[in-house]
Write a protein that binds this ligand. Sequence first.
Ligand SMILES: Nc1ncnc2c1ncn2[C@@H]1O[C@H](COP(=O)(O)OP(=O)(O)OP(=O)(O)O)[C@@H](O)[C@H]1O
Length: 699
Amino acid sequence: MSRPVDDALDPRDPRDALAPLDPLDPLARESAHLASSRAALRAMREDVESLDISDVTANWVNAEVLAHQIDERIKALADLSDTPLFFGRLDYLHAPGAQGAEGAEGERFYIGRRHVHDAEGDPMVIDWRAPVSQPFYRASKKDPMDIALRRRFGYTGGDLTAYEDEHLSDPAEAARTSKLLQQEIERPRVGPMRDIVATIQPEQDEIVRSGLGGTVCVQGGPGTGKTAVGLHRVAYLLYAHRERLARTGTLVIGPNRSFLHYIEQVLPALGELSVRQATVDDLVAHVEVRGTDEAAAAVVKGDARMAEVLRRAVYSHVSMPTEAVVVVRGSRRWRVPAYELEETVRELLARDIRYGAAREALPQRIAHAVLVQMERSGEAPDDRVQDAVARNSAVKAAVKAVWPPVDPAKLVLRLLSDPDFLAVHAEGLLSEDEQKTILWAKPARSVKSARWSVADAVLIDETNDIVARTPSLGHVVLDEAQDLSPMQYRAVGRRCTTGSATVLGDLAQGTTPWATRSWDEALAHLGKSEGVIEELTAGFRVPTDVITYASRLLPSIAPGLTPVASIRENPGFFEVRPSASPSADEVVAACEELLRNEGSVGLIAADARVGVLAEALASAGIACLGPGEETTRQTRLTLVPASLAKGLEYDYVVLDEPRAVVDGEPDERTGLRRLYVALTRAVSGLIVVHAGGLPPQLG
Ligand SMILES: Nc1ncnc2c1ncn2[C@@H]1O[C@H](COP(=O)(O)OP(=O)(O)OP(=O)(O)O)[C@@H](O)[C@H]1O
């Protein structure tokens, strides 16, 4: 009954636009299913809206909580007119059983962003994350997974206007690439990043659906869908382990605000509103960051050896007791001798507990020693007596002397200000030069007045964790991971000690002086050595000519990495334009030219050139946005400093002066990596404008 792929309905074809509402016409029937699914969703929402909670809540706090939950549920049940309620259909050869299909019996399932059921509770649309939906992403002619028919739907606005069939179990039908998938990949980019649920690819799906217990690290070149995969994995995990993750929490970490802003709509569009998003700097914001480090200092501060320096410095506060503790209670005196206290202190030091936890345990241990003596002398003290002894002023004084409290920020301040203190604890770990490099030229007076850097904040965070355990989340997604220092990996790792992580990155795009050299090393710093490393090499963003050009840099920036193979059919266009003078006119002209196309345009330039270019655009009367600001149909041009281009994409890109981008970095390799990032942001076309010649590696 269904039309084969080559004959897929095309909305631009007038015959299809006028498709009759014939009940035997598959498109009419599918549209009818869409209409009734919409009605069912509306009914689900109305059911929730009409809930009267006045009788079921005991007090106003409960009422508030419940009202909030209901509000969230109503939001989640919204029918967004421009997001299709379902995008696929699977006809199984045999009914897969109710367990895998959210209670559905039959053999036919519509796959969509969320679950919709009718008045009887039978599913009309199945969540893309349900087990029964999996063959939509994974089944192939080679392994049909019991699927007779896989149908993909095409939409124009909210209307179902096309479909495409694969008869996976029919040996006579040849395997083909999906036109609808191609269309989806080629669709112009406007606004923030969008979800890819309708077109997740098999190798991506394996990562998306890998279990909550394991950490996955994905190496992938530009545009291979790492960010998309990471976000869909959280959505999947929240579906498969909702209760557990609701308790423990999930977090997505991105490199900067503009990137987070770019991706922030994806999870809500998938119905997931509860995922926190932050930068690493946000996570460790214990002090106000007002200072910057020279690269050399930041490298040492970010090195994993610093963790041991800090540990030593913290524990240097513990001293062995030299005097007995004498507790007076009523007419009696109880004496715990110094050697017995020392034994207790040594035992606490040997245990794998935090500095602060041991400090809290110590008074109880001393009290216990007193209680043993009381019992020996015939008394029968109970727990209350033990608590009272633990709070006794002599015990408190002894604990303060032996195991004093440590203020993490003050400790780091002292390490960076006091050469002798640093020397003692860095002995055998940091060379004298390294110590000198990290010492402040002007020692700070107080935590408040110190000019803390980003790397210092990470040191304070590490110290915090030595003193008191950092609570662990259930799952953390770490994007653009290649730029993290070992100490930053540790900061992320302690936020998922009992959970798991998805680590996403590209070694060729590492632009920090401490950029990741190998994923094994990164996983070790994260505390997840058992993590599995996967590689994605199919590129969804960058056209073939452009990625081939950019890949010329790979031997210089990351030898051994597999170049990305673009799967875009549309060749896009690519031009390198030498310009007579370094004036901005040519650049402005290129922007004007590209703005004639549909979709977003990014002008990427060395940070130092952004001011000049902004002025040139302004005098030409062209409005532009900053990175992270949402493009609209009116303003589609974004002026992007090369340092903020990572992770972003535009339909068309003008790249200004590649040489200046390279020269903007402290060393050539980092410069070329920055250039690689800048060259790989375009979806449909790239114009490189240069007056200063090109780096020879591109030749
Ligand atoms: N399966 C897919 N179907 C359709 N589009 C996809 C698919 N996978 C990725 N894309 C699209 O390709 C583009 C690049 O994806 P994404 O930004 O996740 O790549 P990335 O690997 O994180 O890139 P970068 O290394 O540059 O940060 C995005 O527009 C994304 O929506």
